[in-house]
Design a protein. Structure first.
Lengths: 339, 333, 329
């Protein structure tokens, strides 16, 4: 039984003025219908690049891609990486959809909400404008927009940020896709609105039995929605596993560092945050060996200066829990503070 | 919306009134004496004074203005008795140099200017915008670089040079037109071929100058719009690149052109002085420049200035309304 | 009993909003800040939280007289500065500084780090002991920058480093109060902790007071001594940090806290989540009565008509609500 989306050894790079950017390296993961995979990383971690490549939204002329990403559709598997653009285009909005970070600018200012929604629907369904608007109204009701039949004729500037993100979700789901990719969908929203949108995404996932990839930098959001997690750093997956395993049994110094450095609203002991020293590296001249080494407080524990010379591979440290690190289990336990 | 229209129209009327008053004041202040210039060499002071009276220049400027405004609505009578001249409404004045009511002069000149403006407008829009889209689509490749050359030439070459070059080295040289027929008016309804013949090269001359700006503008707008988030959304929906360009990119990128094009067109309606001069077209431009340089024909000058101003002010309103139609964000609730 | 370094009473800042065309008068007012009381003592951090349109940024700016207040009083260091002119404010500004949110927009790209920090001395006409350059380099080192980079331009630094430049600039004149307006929101998660720690260290070293304006409750909780919760220009709750987070009495505070995601899946799954209905009302047209009534699940008629006063509900805990949540044990 194969998962709906299976990505294997995906590498994405593109040339810039300053050199070749290795945006993502050796990315392998899978997501199945009904489950949520969170891709966590900071800016420059490459977390969006993979999803853009899967959707075929990358710049075809200047991007180098290798590897495969299979969508296991009912009609048979398609490798969206090697498939021609026309074929991938016909999957966009139908079998796989994507929503982005800033809802304020994601809708065309001149067309009504109904027009934009019905355009998405009529691309893959036979129907006239009236039928499109009817479907649009249904979707608006589904995503919780009050007074939908009136608002469907309105324009984007008449909607608030949270409402616009709901519209984007409606647009993404209008053709019942099997895969939804949400790239930082709540980052630009207030926290109470974020709560609403995350709940909506959960409800929609159940409703449509979708595979969901949620890209974010917020470990709090990940804890709320994710079944499994990919932690990314400098273009690579450095840790991969079930959500509980990542949070309670992190097997990578970066993950451990992140968890120790973020303040928690429920921790009132005033303990000082343990910051990760240094900065994320440039993706152009990645250092030899482990990309995290310059910021890792445990690198010198590894014998033979291994971290500087040998790039670690993504190995299974525990059942279905992978980590890209030379540290031993014992050293990791100590890094986690004895847990 | 109605309230907005009423407000704008009232504002337009106020602006036009202010412009007309300013024009009168300006010409009142200038040291030239129009009465003196009404009769050329064989002038006696008596004739000059007589003309001054008939021109209505011997009364204070406010009265002159009042009479002029009245003339617009009910027509105007110049002189008395035998020498009486009547210009029917809307009367813009009487030209003693040409012995005609100014309104008739305007009526004769306007179709020519309109033909010139309209044809150039269509030509420069088609060429300019298409070239701009191509340049944006093939950014930094040879079509873009070629269009860049075109833009450079178009914006740097003034019409008095390009017009003459086109006239001498294309129109006349290749015998497309005879010098005698230059500027001859044929009505487009009765003699379309003649009409085209007269205007094709003036159109090309004007279009060359304007199209360049539109190419550059379209190109940068299309490029900028293409990187907007909503274009990415359209792509994520599964729309083809062609559909994206047609329905999403162009709609947004070309909207600002409505404003600029409208105002450029309105400006041309006031007369394209240089082009009309080169191609011997007796339009509003020729009329006004002659009135200023040769005759100092005050009534004509006032009339052409007012007409040109009116076109621009009215077009301003039209363009604003059009833009509100295109861009829902601009609409007043 | 020490005197507060900053005390604002009944602070209001309204912005006129013009609607209509050429011939209509400007109508409509955005009541960005509509009656805020606040006190900050030396060495204390007050966290000012709220969502979009709550007015927290406006409070921060008005307190420093970057905006002129529409009403109310501002007392800094025991002196009423409400009506002081910009010229009169100038010498006092060395004591009250600001750190801005966007490390990319808040530094002049055409000036070197040395110039950016040095400007503060030039404007006040102060020459530091031991020389300006030496002092600038000392400041750079203190905030964790390499002093040899004094002649570099902002674009040569990362976001986190640029924010450090902003901090150096703010502490150059040894102020007593710093208004930090979302100082870490634009930074990567792994850098945020570095800047937060820096701010805490500086506070201890110089006995600084912070007005920490932010929307991220987790960060505010960590760094603040007291927290003030704002909504649509008004204060909803004002309490000691622990008290607010363990014992929130205002429905909005409770909803806000329940919405903040916690990086802990077990807690995340078990938590009772209060999901507010509807959208934030527009600040041009705030609801009558209690501004929160349109989204409050326990709103009653009184809430729609009467504005609740900010009253002391227990020691060090103020609340503006007609029907407060019950106190936890």
């Amino acid at each position: 039984m194969s998962a709906f989306l299976e990505v294997k050894n995906l590498n994405v790079s593109f040339p810039t003025e300053d050199g070749l950017v290795q945006a993502s390296n050796d990315i392998s993961f899978s997501v199945d219908r009904g489950e949520t995979l969170a891709v966590v990383g900071e800016s420059g971690s490459g977390k969006s690049v993979t999803s853009l490549a899967v959707m075929g939204l990358h710049n075809r002329k200047s991007t180098n891609i290798s590897g495969s990403a299979f969508l296991n559709l009912e009609s048979g598997p398609i490798d969206v990486i090697s498939a021609p653009e026309e074929q991938v285009r016909r999957l966009r909005g139908k079998s796989m959809s994507m929503i982005f970070q800033d809802p304020m600018s994601a809708l065309h200012p001149y067309y009504s909400i109904g027009d934009q929604l019905s355009e998405a629907w009529r691309l893959y369904n036979d129907g006239d404008k009236k039928a499109g608007f009817k479907r649009a109204t249904e979707m608006l009701e589904l995503v919780g927009i009050p007074d939908a039949s009136k608002r469907v004729k309105e324009f984007p500037h008449q909607f608030s940020g949270g409402m616009r993100q709901r519209v984007m979700i409606a647009m993404a789901l209008i053709n019942n896709p099997a895969l939804l990719i949400a790239d930082e969908p709540t980052t630009a929203l207030d926290v109470t609105v974020q709560s609403q949108i995350l709940q909506l995404l959960k409800d929609m996932q159940k409703e449509f039995n979708m595979a969901v990839i949620l890209i974010t930098h917020d470990l709090g959001v990940v804890a709320e929605v994710a079944d499994r997690v990919n932690v990314m750093y400098a273009g690579k997956i450095v840790e991969q596993g079930v959500a509980d395993g990542i949070y309670y049994h992190a097997d990578h110094p970066y993950t451990i560092g992140l968890l120790n450095s973020i303040p928690r609203v429920d921790q009132l002991d005033g303990k000082r945050l343990i910051a990760i020293p240094g900065q994320p590296p440039s993706l152009i001249n990645l250092p030899q060996g482990c990309s995290f080494r310059s910021r890792c407080t445990f690198a010198d524990q590894v014998a033979g200066n291994l971290c500087a010379t040998v790039a670690p591979t993504l190995d299974e440290k525990d059942s279905a829990h992978f980590s890209r690190c030379h540290l031993t289990e014992k050293q990791l336990v100590a890094a986690r503070g004895g847990k | 919306m109605l309230k907005y229209l009423v407000k704008r129209i009232s504002a337009t009327i106020v602006v036009l009134t202010l412009i007309s008053m300013s024009v009168f004041l300006i010409f009142d202040v200038l040291p030239m004496d129009p009465a003196r210039l009404t009769c050329g060499k064989s002038c006696s002071p008596a004739i000059v004074e007589g003309n001054r009276h008939r021109l209505g220049l011997d009364v204070p400027v406010q009265v002159q203005y009042g009479r002029w405004v009245k003339g617009l609505f009910v027509g105007r009578t110049y002189g008395e008795g035998q020498a009486e001249i009547v210009c029917s409404a809307p009367a813009f004045g009487y030209s003693f140099n040409r012995h005609e009511c100014v309104t008739d002069l305007l009526k004769a000149a306007f179709p020519i200017t309109l033909s010139l403006a309209l044809g150039s407008f269509v030509l420069w829009l088609l060429v300019g915008v298409s070239l701009g889209i191509v340049a944006a689509r093939f950014k930094n490749r040879w079509p873009d670089r070629l269009s860049n050359v075109f833009v450079l030439v178009g914006t740097s070459l003034p019409t008095f040079i390009s017009g003459i070059l086109i006239l001498l080295f294309v129109a006349l040289k290749f015998g497309f037109i005879n010098a005698i027929d230059l500027g001859k008016w044929h009505s487009p309804f009765t003699d379309p071929i003649g009409w085209l013949n007269t205007f094709i090269f003036p159109w090309i001359t004007l279009a060359l100058a304007y199209a360049a700006t539109y190419t550059r503008f379209t190109r940068s707008n299309v490029i900028e719009t293409s990187s907007e988030d909503y274009i990415r959304t359209a792509r994520a929906k599964g729309l083809s690149e062609k559909a994206i360009l047609r329905k999403h990119t162009l709609r947004a990128a070309l909207a600002p052109i409505v404003t600029i094009a409208g105002l450029d067109f309105a400006g041309l309606l006031g007369g394209a002085i240089i082009t009309e001069g080169i191609f011997n077209l007796p339009g509003l431009g020729r009329l006004s420049i002659r009135a200023v340089l040769n005759d100092y024909d005050l009534p004509v000058i006032v009339a052409t200035t007012m007409l040109a101003a009116t076109f621009v002010v009215v077009m301003n309103l039209v363009v604003d309304i059009l833009y509100a139609y295109i861009d829902p964000r601009v609409r007043v609730a | 009993m020490t005197q507060p370094i900053l005390k604002i009473t009944g602070l209001k800042k309204h912005f006129p909003v013009s609607t209509g065309g050429v011939f209509s008068k400007g109508k409509g007012v955005v009541k960005a800040v509509d009656g805020v009381d606040l006190e900050i003592f030396p060495g204390q951090t007050i966290g000012l939280v709220g969502e979009s349109g709550c007015g927290k940024t406006t409070v921060g700016r008005t307190v420093l007289k970057l905006y002129e207040p529409t009403a109310g009083t501002i007392e800094f260091n025991g002196e009423d500065i409400t009506k002081l002119t910009p010229k009169q404010m100038k010498p006092r500004r060395s004591q009250m500084q600001m750190i801005f949110q966007d490390p990319f927009a808040s530094l002049n790209p055409r000036q070197t780090v040395g110039t950016l920090i040095g400007n503060t001395f030039d404007i006040q006409g102060i020459t530091p002991e031991g020389g300006k350059t030496e002092e600038i380099q000392r400041l750079m080192k203190r905030v964790g920058l390499n002093p040899e980079h004094i002649n570099r331009y902002p674009h040569e630094f990362s976001g986190g480093q640029r924010q450090r430049i902003g901090v150096a600039r703010a502490i150059a004149l040894k102020p007593k109060l710093i208004v930090a307006d979302e100082p870490v929101s634009a930074l990567d998660v792994s850098i945020q902790a570095q800047v937060v720690n820096l701010l805490e260290d500086l506070q201890e070293e110089f006995n600084l007071s912070y007005l920490f304006v932010a929307h991220d409750l987790s960060v505010v909780q960590h760094i603040s001594d007291r927290v003030v919760v704002m909504y649509l220009g008004k204060v909803m709750e004002d309490a000691d940090k622990k008290d607010l987070f363990l014992n929130p009495r205002h429905p909005y505070t409770r909803a806000l806290l329940s919405a903040v995601p916690v990086p802990d899946p077990k807690i995340g799954r078990a938590r009772e989540r209060i999901i507010l209905q509807g959208d934030l009302p527009s600040p041009v047209n705030p609801p009558a009565g209690c501004v929160f009534n349109t989204r409050c699940w326990k709103a009653q008629d009184k809430c729609r008509t009467e504005v609740p006063e900010l009253v002391q509900i227990s020691a060090g805990h103020k609340l503006a609500c007609h029907f407060p949540e019950p106190a936890s044990a």
